[in-house]
Ligand binder design. Sequence first.
Ligand code: UT7
Length: 332
Amino acid sequence: MVRAAITGVASYVPEKVLTNFDLEKLVDTNDEWIVSRTGIRERHIAAEGEASSDMSVKAVTKLLDETGVKADEIDAIIVATVTPDMMFPSTAALIQDKIGATKAWGYDLSGACSGFLFALKSGSALVQTGHKKVIVIGVDTMSSILDYTDRNTCILFGDGAGAVLLEPTEDENFGVIDDLLFVDGSGGDALYMTAGGSRKPASHETVDARQHYLVQDGRSVFKRASKDMAQVSVDILKKNNFTAEDVGIFIPHQANKRIIDVAAQKAGFTNEQVLLNIDKYGNTTAGTLPIGLDEVVREKRIKDGDLVLFAAFGAGYTWGSILLRYGPSKKG
Ligand code: UT7
């Protein structure tokens, strides 16, 4: 059976760093509260005019350089994001043009914090049905939709992009093994952006009412995220007859260290098995999982063939997990 293998990964975060101490000057908050409640110390913020396609192009260019793949060999580009450059054309189309992927088609996908999982599943299906090279990107420019007068939300998020290369393999030591993916739209009122869509098009009134910013009921999301991200991590291992010890690395969505701790504990992982970088980047929404994978590959915390478990929870509600064996990594 043909499986989609992740044969390369790269990421990019903007240069500018916004620390908790910087935020103390903007809203009524403090470093101690943010660190103890979330685990975040700093986050990277896009430069003025730097959009999701720009960050993606930086990550993809690095990915192509390192894997030796040429842009015109790419069959498809899938972009998971809730902060596209604009409503349309798609960010995938903008990236296709900027990198010169002349043979590729592609599209954007809105799955919020679970977006990269949904995109990886989609890319995997394309590979299983004949595509040879698919680029899957998780990217968000959260600073573009944050209200920097709202301490409940502006401290949580950062900007960043990560990209993987998917290629077919028939070797059972590599590739995507299984997924568990969910949507529960009844949670839509816990995390959303009110205006700018067809329900409430942008107008002077919507701007004056600050409706182009993210709104979150943190406690509700926290409760569901802690429960469901832990459960789905346990379930996918059990379904595939693996135990926690079999896993090389657990890469959970980085929204809150306390949510990650619950999932890691429930699934039975040691600290060494868990990727935790929320202190440096905050929550980059669709970016967290590929940025995390890039980090563990670069730090040689995993090697080809190791079992990787991704899990995420986010707006929608959306959540899920994907289990795979990393590699074979391609060196350009
Ligand atoms: O990735 C998408 C999914 N998103 C998530 O998974 C996020 C899930 N939610 C969370 O991570 C947490 O709910 C938060 C970090 C957002 C909030 O933590 P919490 O422990 O749930 O705090 P809370 O919302 O219950 O607020 C506790 C107190 C409140 O004050 P009172 O009402 O007790 O007087 C807040 O007003 O903390 C206050 N507060 C703050 N204080 C200092 C809220 N934000 C801040 C802040 N600095 N930035």
